[in-house]
Design a protein around this ligand. Structure first.
Ligand SMILES: Cc1cc2nc3c(=O)[nH]c(=O)nc-3n(C[C@H](O)[C@H](O)[C@H](O)COP(=O)(O)OP(=O)(O)OC[C@H]3O[C@@H](n4cnc5c(N)ncnc54)[C@H](O)[C@@H]3O)c2cc1C
Length: 448
């Protein structure tokens, strides 16, 4: 019998931590997981899941409008934020229960407390209890980063947005990444005047230029406002309770809600890692090798806290690979090539592989095929939104190296097509596949 309290002590019961705990326990390890907030982590409690449910809720605004063109007599509809919010939070509660149950079914002990690292094999819980483990896994995720400007505390982040009392009539969203653009779409569909304030001159850095430009054009057409190259000066509460956002240049903006979506910082502050000898990078992320091992042999890290690719499926894979490597006797690493990703904006966009610019830089000789079309449904609905699909092909080998799209259901279509890109299929392989008609996805095999 080992002299440690546990074989594995995981700090953080989010996407990566829960998967690692469950798989390690399945390999026979004695496992505990410490969680300071709620089991399920960011994705389940205040990220992907509640966000996607709000996206669904928001999309009804367009569906109800379009339905009239399809013959439905839709009376004037009103939207009740409280109903949606409470239903979403109830679903989050249900999932939280399932996650707890799942851990308990695998004999994983849940410690409902904040934990910090006290040494290579020692953890201290907030209540003072000290526990030892042969291996410690840091899976503490990331936390919203808020710019330090006077009055920033008057704003909220994605941690609070799912709980707000009222849907705002005027909202300022700080940031230009996927969370900012998703909430811009959500609040716009709920009827708010949305202004997105970004410090650079573009949105969605890292995504293909054509699709992000299409989203910008569609968003502008819908009435979402953008302030580019804008820096916050201060935020003040006005006599009527609303907020006034002062920027370094340009007119101030009045709003009812200010949402900061200005990036996420690895959650390592006050965790005791430096004292235990764990190397952190300049962003505070835990430095790990390809097997998720830190600079201390007995301490590993997975997920957002390592700041590699901050996505749920990646954290899950890292947690799984860690558990198989350390407790299953099967060393495994994660393949970071061709990770598909999406922005659940209105309309959504998605991509996998190299953007056109990346391909030109890395490969030199590149062929690009695009389809710029108005989806059939949008035509009948009189909706002036065009979809855009782009395929990036290595001209020397005919291999499809990137696929990028914006339009209805783009993430659903792209997930399937990503298999082909990951498998290294060629443009000819796409061409050889018979179209499924009528569909939007058929554009992928009809690109000329
Ligand atoms: C608004 C939003 C939308 C998102 N949408 C998507 C999406 O559509 N698709 C996607 O793939 N990803 C999305 N993400 C990202 C995704 O949520 C994260 O990549 C994922 O949750 C990372 O998993 P993790 O295990 O690393 O950390 P987390 O899931 O964040 O879990 C970390 C856990 O550790 C706990 N913790 C932290 N410190 C301590 C401590 N000292 N002691 C005890 N417990 C501690 C935290 O409370 C948390 O529960 C979204 C994120 C946000 C914020």
């Amino acid at each position: 019998m080992s002299s440690f309290n546990y074989d594995l002590l995981v700090i953080g019961a989010g996407s990566g931590g829960v998967r690692a705990a469950r798989i390690a326990a399945g390999h026979g390890a004695r496992v505990a997981v410490a969680e300071e907030h709620r089991v399920g982590g960011t994705c389940v409690i205040r990220g992907c899941v509640p966000k996607k449910l709000l996206v669904y809720g928001a999309h009804f605004a367009e569906d109800l409008k379009d339905a009239r063109r399809f013959g439905w007599n839709v009376p004037k509809c009103t939207f009740d934020w409280t109903v949606l919010r409470n239903n979403v939070l109830a679903e989050v509660d249900r999932l939280n229960g399932l996650y707890r149950q799942n851990l308990s079914n695998h004999q994983v002990t849940v410690l409902d407390e904040r934990a910090t690292v006290a040494g290579p094999h020692e953890v201290v819980l907030a209540g003072g209890r000290r526990l030892t483990a042969k291996v410690i896994l840091i899976a503490t995720g990331a936390t919203p980063a808020v710019p330090s400007v006077p009055g920033a505390e008057l704003g909220i982040t994605s941690n609070e947005v799912f709980h707000i009392e009222h849907a705002p009539l005027r909202v300022v969203i700080a940031g230009g990444g996927y969370i900012a653009n998703e909430f811009a779409g959500i609040f716009h569909e709920f009827g708010a005047q949305v202004t997105l304030v970004n410090r650079s001159n573009q949105i969605l850095r890292g995504y293909d230029e054509s699709v992000r430009d299409r989203l910008l054009q569609i968003s502008l057409g819908k009435g979402i406002e953008f302030r580019f190259n804008a820096a916050f000066e201060r935020i003040v509460r006005q006599a009527d309770g609303s907020l006034r956002v002062h920027l370094k240049d340009g007119e101030p903006i009045d709003c009812d809600q200010l949402l900061f979506a200005t990036g996420r910082r690895p959650n390592t502050a006050g965790l005791g890692l430096e004292a235990a000898g764990v190397d952190l990078d300049d962003q505070g992320a835990v430095r790990v090798d390809e097997y998720n091992r830190s600079s201390v042999d007995s301490i590993y890290a997975v997920g957002d806290v390592t700041n590699r690719v901050q996505l749920t499926p990646v954290a899950i894979r890292e947690g799984h690979a860690f558990a198989d490597t350390v407790f299953g006797g099967t060393p495994r690493t994660v393949d970071y090539r061709c990770i598909p990703c999406a922005v659940f904006s209105h309309p959504p966009l998605a991509g996998v592989g190299l953007t056109e610019a990346q391909a030109r830089e890395q490969l030199g000789s590149v062929k690009v095929y695009t389809s710029d079309f108005r989806p059939m449904k949008n035509v009948l609905a009189n909706r002036d939104e065009r979809a855009l699909y782009k395929m990036v092909v290595d001209a020397d080998t005919d291999r499809v190296v990137g696929l990028h799209m914006i339009g209805p259901d783009a993430p659903e279509i792209l997930q399937a097509a990503a298999v082909a890109v990951k498998a290294g299929l060629t443009k000819q392989d796409f061409d050889d596949t018979v179209a499924l008609h009528p569909s939007m996805a058929e554009e992928l095999v009809l690109l000329k």
